[in-house]
Design a protein around this ligand. Structure first.
Ligand code: 4AZ
Length: 241
């Protein structure tokens, strides 16, 4: 994350870390039950290559409050295009605990985030929050989870021209002070409604560099994939916790 600040431990309770071959390379959002939402470009291997870490704060510390959870299945959108980043969305199905239908031990530091339904809207320039262990502006590694407020930026096509497709959206700050960056991919952009409910409105996907004026971050527009998420998880529209 470029700009923003370090999170407190257990501040971003739906943030997960996606480990590939033991290395954290992406973020994700916990949807509840056995489901994690992430970017398709984060999970292009077999399920056994991945583990999910919950309530992690310091990236390098092995001692987070949960063990990493093995992955049972990865569902990548069938129209995901790795060259254009179209439909950069995937569901991670966690492995059930032994002798249980649950996938997670009860953990007060973990909360799920709501999936927005197709017609939910937030106004242009609404302020939302991104989070992740990705690079900062200097390109340096980030050890503690960071978060930043970003604005929803309308007319993304104006900035990215033919590289912009339906199902994408822009967020950040046109001056380039706040942005997601390499390593934040798959992580959530979360917006709150008037009642205080939090929705995973975007998934960190791509962008022209990081914190570059005139090139905001590009996110998968989760509401566009509501039906896809519902069909693949069987979860109800709103999960209020
Ligand atoms: C990346 O390489 C990446 N500024 C992620 C987000 C952005 C750019 C690059 C958006 O994973």
């Amino acid at each position: 994350v470029v700009g923003g600040e370090e999170a407190l431990p257990t501040q971003i309770q739906w943030q997960v870390a996606v480990q590939e071959d033991g290395k954290i390379h992406c973020g994700g959002a916990y949807l509840g039950g056995c489901w994690v939402l992430t970017a398709a470009h984060c999970v292009r291997k077999k399920p056994q290559a991945f583990r999910i870490k919950f309530s992690l704060w310091k990236k390098l510390s092995q001692q987070s409050t949960t063990d990493s959870v093995p992955v049972k299945d990865i569902i990548i959108h069938r129209d995901y295009n790795p060259r254009t980043y179209q439909n950069d969305i995937a569901l991670i199905r966690l492995d059930e605990l032994a002798h249980s239908k649950e996938c997670l031990h009860p953990n007060p530091a973990v909360r799920s985030v709501c999936v927005p339904w197709s017609t939910l809207q937030f106004p242009p320039n609404h302020t939302c929050t991104i989070s992740g262990w990705g690079r900062n502006k200097e390109g340096g590694s980030v050890y503690i989870l960071k978060w930043a407020n970003v604005s929803l930026i309308p007319n993304c096509k104006n900035y990215y021209k033919e590289r912009f497709y339906t199902g994408m959206m822009c967020a950040g700050d046109l001056e380039g002070h706040v942005d997601s960056c390499q390593g934040d991919s798959g992580g959530p952009l979360v917006c709150k409604d008037e009642s205080g409910l939090s929705y995973v409105w975007g998934i960190v996907s791509w962008g022209e560099s990081c914190g570059e004026a005139g090139f905001p971050g590009v996110y998968t527009q989760v509401a566009h994939y509501f039906e896809w998420i519902r069909e693949n998880t069987g979860w109800p529209a709103i999960t209020k916790y």
